[in-house]
Design a protein around this ligand. Structure first.
Ligand SMILES: [Zn+2]
Length: 82
């Protein structure tokens, strides 16, 4: 299961939702963030049976897209990117 197949990339000062595959091809140094908690993410290329996906650079218990999610109310990341 992989639900982290889309992330947001900042371009020209605005956030755009794109697939991680596309974000990897952009080869941009721009910030990428989680669409749910806005925390900074790291992108991973497809590897074997694992599709391209993102992982939070700093884990966040308030985001269902983070494996540390505590199951509670969804909260924005304490170090979110705006
Ligand atoms: Zn998140």
């Amino acid at each position: 299961m992989n639900r982290n197949s889309k992330c947001e990339v900042k371009q020209n000062g605005r956030w755009h939702l794109v697939s991680v595959n596309d974000a990897l091809e952009l080869d941009t140094k721009e910030d990428k963030r989680c669409p749910t908690c806005h925390g900074r993410v790291r992108l991973h290329h497809k590897g074997g049976v694992t599709p391209a996906h993102f992982e939070h650079r700093e884990k966040h218990e308030g985001c269902p897209q983070c494996h540390r999610y505590d199951g509670g109310k969804v909260r924005l990341h304490p170090h979110r990117l705006d």
